[in-house]
Design a protein around this ligand. Structure first.
Ligand code: GAL
Length: 468
């Protein structure tokens, strides 16, 4: 990291700086304001599914404290704020009647942001599927979910699109498919080697329908744009042999190519078709028409890097601490971390150069799309000392990753924005409250927020465009 540290870089004046959050992670109010239940409400209330049985029932209590949160945003000079809408808050069952009180909540939040000079970026789906859709209609396994999702998306465009100009249909469909339906570590907690491919397919189809609806009926009048946020770690070949280079490329295609190839090239990567065979669904012509070229920008969430090496068939099996790369069984790739890499409290390696390589790879494979880093950040064991939270490791992380992102821009990547994950500490899914990713500390017992030193550092970066 020292190399990036030594450089001082300036981002373009029109670069979009922001921070990000998601509904289930920050809102609380799980049974308030007419909200329906989500699969995350059910999952977190199921014994053994989250650390210490923790839930998002209250979490950072943003539902009641959103005005205070927007004030903190203004105080740090935030220009862009990415949040997600809880589908069951807006439409309790996921179909049928909308909940006007829920819509009013998001409408007030949007107004509050705009009144404070902050541009809203809205994610329609950050994992909190209405429980009724899962119980009655098989959730993402049912092809009909594309219609349900498009109808929900339309409610959002209709009620908020006069003021919201940046839409993200889905956050990290890879996580939904692999962790939700493959490994079962996230809601709805299913374990399968075929369902992730069906789920991913329906997620892409749902995105396609919502994007088409926006482009044809809403964009002409509302003049906003729509995209998807995909997550990907970088995969670096362990050695320079053709076998390891192929393994690393395969791992990238099974991770990001799975979603980005249909969006930017019209079909799944050939290597997936070869290896997954009939378990990988096929797109109809109508699907392709809707999905291909449906994004106005490329949203990317990036956190870490691993080495990839060729594995003999059957050699790469689940249970390896680094099996976080899609369905291991289908890839024949062994992943590993350099023990010398510094690690965050999540155990994720800090490898800033991986960010630059990934940006270049995306630019190359998908014909130079406009990219927005919709998430990047790190967890650390932050503590309050005399009312203050000092988090130098987070500052170092952000500084180094931004340095490499800037290098990518110098090398021609059209990176147009950067959102730090996260605006504040929140419920880190199955890991509960132990992992703190925020620029603001949250004392969960009292709800008190404290800007960490990283919030002050990032405020200066946003204001000056300068990372030094
Ligand atoms: C992303 C996710 C966020 C947040 C972050 C840190 O995958 O979109 O919700 O949890 O990771 O783990």
């Amino acid at each position: 990291m020292s190399e990036a540290k030594a450089r001082s870089v300036r981002f373009p004046a029109d670069f979009s700086w922001g921070t990000a959050t998601s509904s289930y992670q920050i809102e609380g109010g799980w049974m308030e304001g007419g909200k329906g239940l989500s699969i995350w409400d059910a999952f977190s209330h199921t014994p053994e599914k989250t650390r210490n049985g923790e839930t998002g029932d209250l979490t950072s209590d943003h539902f009641h404290r959103y005005k205070e949160d927007v004030r903190l945003m203004r105080e740090m000079g935030l220009k862009n704020y990415r949040f997600s809408i809880s589908w069951p808050r807006v439409q309790p069952l996921g179909y049928g009647k909308e909940n006007l009180e829920g819509i009013r909540f998001y409408s007030s939040l949007v107004d509050e942001l705009l009144d404070n000079g902050i541009t809203p970026w809205v994610t329609l789906y950050h994992w909190d599927l209405p429980l009724a859709l899962a119980l009655e209609h098989d959730g993402w396994l049912n092809p009909k979910i594309a219609d349900f999702f498009a109808r929900y998306a339309e409610l959002c465009f209709k009620h908020l699109g006069d003021r919201v100009k940046n839409w993200i249909t889905l956050n990290e469909p890879w996580v939904v498919s692999i962790l939700g339906y493959g490994f079962g570590t996230f809601a709805p907690g299913r374990v399968s080697t075929s369902e992730p491919y069906v789920v991913a397919h329906n997620l892409l189809r749902a995105h396609g329908q919502a994007a088409e609806l926006y482009h044809t009926r809403y964009q002409p009048g509302q003049k906003g744009r729509i995209g998807m946020s995909n997550n990907c770690d970088w995969r670096e070949p362990l050695t320079d042999t053709p076998r390891d280079r192929d393994a690393a490329e395969r791992a990238r295609l099974f991770f990001l190519g799975w979603f980005a190839d249909p969006l930017y090239r019209g079909d799944y990567p050939a290597v997936m078709r070869e290896r997954v065979g009939e378990r990988l669904p096929r797109f109809s012509q109508e699907d392709v028409r809707r999905i291909h070229r449906s994004c106005d920008f490329f949203g990317l969430n990036h956190y870490t890097t691993l080495y990839a090496a060729h594995a003999a068939p059957g050699e790469a099996v689940r249970g390896n601490p680094y099996d976080n790369g899609g369905l291991v069984e289908d890839q024949d790739v062994k992943l590993s971390a350099d023990p010398n890499w510094a690690k965050t409290s999540m155990g994720w390696s800090m490898v800033p150069w991986g960010c630059r390589k990934l940006l270049l790879w995306i630019s190359d494979r998908y014909a130079q799309p406009e990219i927005i880093l919709t998430e990047n950040g790190c967890s650390s064991n932050d503590v309050v000392v005399e009312g203050k939270v000092h988090d130098p490791a987070r500052i170092e992380f952000l500084r180094a990753y931004l340095g490499e992102a800037h290098r990518a821009i110098e090398e021609g990547v059209k990176l147009r924005g950067y959102f730090a994950w996260s605006f504040m500490d929140n419920f880190e899914w199955a890991l509960g409250f132990a992992m703190r990713f925020g620029l603001h500390y949250v004392d969960y017992a009292t709800g008190k927020r404290i800007p960490k030193s990283s919030a002050k550092w990032f405020a200066k970066v946003m204001q000056s465009g300068l990372v030094e």
